[in-house]
Design a protein around this ligand. Sequence first.
Ligand SMILES: [Zn+2]
Length: 79
Amino acid sequence: MKYLLVLIVLIVAYNIWRKNRIDSGTAKPPHRNPTNAPPRIPQEMVPCARCGLMMPKTEALEQGGRHYCSADHQRQGPA
Ligand SMILES: [Zn+2]
């Protein structure tokens, strides 16, 4: 019975010590550093000259200064 009491005191003391460590910031909780994430580069969006669908400029088909969403719309030309 005496050892059980000692064990309980040790567990409580350990929990208090652990809580103080977390509160004081010595034990940093794991979290993602946002600066480590790859930067998101905003893409320029252009409308399809035929149907007006917005799409990234890098995915658009360009012809004569106009952008098209597909080869079909590129063939049909501007609306
Ligand atoms: Zn289109």
